[in-house]
Design a protein around this ligand. Sequence first.
Ligand code: FES
Ligand code: FES
Length: 161
Amino acid sequence: MREIQVTINGRVYRELVEPRMLLSDFIREKCGLTGTHVGCEHGVCGACTVMLNDSAVRGCLIFAVQADGQELLTVEGLSENGEMNDLQKNFSECHGLQCGFCTAGILMSTTDYLNKNPNPSQKEVKEMLSGHLCRCTGYDGIVKAIEKTIEDNQKKVLQRG
Ligand code: FES
Ligand code: FES
């Protein structure tokens, strides 16, 4: 066992882990943050996506010990003052989710993507989503929610002048 310290959504977690423990299992089982889901456990479905030091990563492809001393953002950290952020609200309004299993991972990838590429085309949004499997929605509502978020972000920038 090895002790690691990881900051998740601004809170410090210090835990003993086995070196083989996956980051996704650490987040869920040691830290109790079950918003991050685990599907395929081999990097295909995207359900376990979280942000590690400002970049989206697959939690199932990283060992928890590799995140020692690092900062993580999970879906629980997206809300602002206890309310869903704009991206989350748009997923709700545009029917971007049904069962919700894929949703946390898609929200985290989209957050990272829009931080780095604030005005993508629809084709680029779809390419980004190709790293995520959703069995329910057919992706249309997800694309609409992301496009509405891009519009909302642009309006905010214009308002700020
Ligand atoms: Fe990690 Fe599927 S559980 S990509
Ligand atoms: Fe069910 Fe995407 S909403 S898998």
